[in-house]
Design a protein around this ligand. Structure first.
Ligand SMILES: Nc1ncnc2c1ncn2[C@@H]1O[C@H](COP(=O)(O)OP(=O)(O)O)[C@@H](O)[C@H]1O
Ligand SMILES: [Mg+2]
Length: 347
């Protein structure tokens, strides 16, 4: 947590305003805008007319205290979570109690895929990361943050801030339009210009979604693919969480490659559980889960990377067949089983 007392001792009102635009609300509401802008806030308060503070019904300490409370309640967790340098998964045991001989450290900017049969424990691993497990989940795994096991207090403080999760099911409770939903979210994340962030986010979501949708559509009326696309764009543009967990996005009818590249543009740690070869291989490492345990951690080799382009072509082919079927066309082998260059799309 930022020590706002410390901030007030070191930075002037002007500097604080720049660092935390939201602080402007506090200074304006408290009529503190007359405070000297060029000396630390605490000094400026000390030097100000005590009568003036009395009129405000407070004193120097009172103002500082209220300032800290205000800032703690309203600043975005961004700067805290930006402090995550690495997270480490320390092995527990599989479903038979056999120890996992795994310890894996992941740094911002890395994408890790999680593969394994259905029911093997992929979602469980994501869950362990999300709750920063400390031997208190069925796997007995423990998570280190920046090399240390977080204590209860840190765990509590980071809860809901560390991780943004894109899960298999999206449920919108409120019946807002896409525009209102995004703007509301942008505001709650203290975006400078919520309207334009919402617009950008919508454009990105629309791009990702197979079927286009209007910004005035109600979120509850979006298809599975559209709402997934919206959540991905929302996470990419507005989430301050340093870790993103994605549980099987393959069948959502969205542009998966683009989704991953959007999510990894920022320096985040991305874990993605998947059955999709293309997603699995676009990660730098993959965790192989078997019977609830981490069986292996594999680096994606150069050779595998090279085959990625072949897999992408195959994937494009499947996508083409899919859209041909959707469009009511007949599937004729020669029309799709060709590399993208000779694609029948433009024909
Ligand atoms: N190491 C483990 N020990 C005990 N139960 C586990 C372990 N790993 C996973 N499970 C349980 O196995 C079930 C299936 O796991 P899940 O993560 O949903 O599989 P997947 O996502 O790969 O389909 C869940 O109930 C999960 O809690
Ligand atoms: Mg699962």
């Amino acid at each position: 947590m930022t020590d706002f007392y410390d901030l007030a001792e070191k930075k002037s009102v002007g500097e604080i305003r720049k660092l935390y635009p939201i602080s402007g609300d506090f200074f304006d509401n408290m009529n503190l805008s007359a405070l000297a802008e060029d000396v630390p806030m605490a000094d400026a308060l000390e030097k100000s007319d005590p009568e003036w503070l009395q009129e405000l019904g407070t004193d120097t300490d009172g103002v500082l205290e209220q300032f800290c409370e205000f800032m703690e309640a309203l600043t975005s967790p961004q700067e805290e979570t930006a402090l995550i340098r690495e997270i480490t998964i320390v092995g527990g045991h599989d479903k038979n109690g056999m120890p996992e001989k795994a310890e894996l450290t992941v740094k911002p900017g890395e994408v890790i895929s999680i593969v394994g049969p259905t029911g093997s424990g992929k979602s469980r691993l994501l869950g362990d990361i999300e709750c920063m497990a400390q031997g208190d989940t069925p796997t007995g795994r423990r998570i280190r943050i920046n090399g240390e096991f977080p204590d209860e207090e840190t765990r509590f403080e980071l809860e809901g801030r560390l991780v943004a999760q894109l899960s298999q099911n999206m449920n919108f409770v409120m019946d807002l339009s896409v525009r209102d939903f995004l703007q509301m979210h942008a505001k709650s994340r203290f975006c400078e210009d919520p309207e334009s962030v919402a617009e950008q986010c919508y454009a990105c979501a629309n791009d990702l979604a197979g079927e286009a949708f209007d910004i005035s559509t109600k979120v509850t009326q979006l298809s599975g693919g559209q709402s997934r696309a919206l959540m991905i764009a929302d996470t990419a543009y507005m989430s301050s969480s340093p870790v993103i967990l994605i549980d099987e996005i393959e069948n959502a009818g969205i542009d998966r490659r683009q989704a991953i590249s959007i999510l990894t543009r920022q320096d985040k740690i991305v874990f993605i559980s998947t059955h999709d070869p293309m997603l699995a291989l676009s990660a730098s490492k993959r965790i192989v889960i078997r019977n609830g345990g981490i069986a292996k951690v594999m680096e994606t080799t150069e050779e595998e990377r090279a085959s990625l382009s072949v897999i992408e072509e195959l994937d494009d082919t499947i996508m083409r067949i899919r859209s041909m079927l959707r469009a009511g066309e007949q599937i004729i082998p020669g029309h799709f089983a060709v590399p993208a260059a000779a694609s029948s799309d433009e024909a």
